[in-house]
Design a binder for this molecule. Sequence first.
Ligand code: ZN
Length: 122
Amino acid sequence: VEENQKVFLVGGRCPLCRKHVFPRRAWCDRCSAAVDMESVKLSTTGVLYSFSEVHVAPPMFATPYVVGYIDLPEDVRIFAQLEHAAADLALGDRVEVALGMIRRSNDGGRVISYKFRKTGNA
Ligand SMILES: [Zn+2]
């Protein structure tokens, strides 16, 4: 998978109340009902709600790295790694989803997944 190409997160949307969730699941916490969530592409940009720097992690993670919660316009809060040092981030920063290495695999390869990078200051 190519890094830094345009990438979308696919979440779910409740057919009853239209609430969005990520990841997609078979339960709506607003309706308190088992539902058949529709698959929907989520917005690629959001706002940084909180973050923290991780210094202690299993050896396949290169520490320190930063994780945080990102709020998307669909009212979904996503937990992900961020492509920045904590010192370069502030609550409310604009971020966008991207692909990048999140850790090494057991054989030393690069494990690529979604993460977020900053596009604008709070
Ligand atoms: Zn619902």
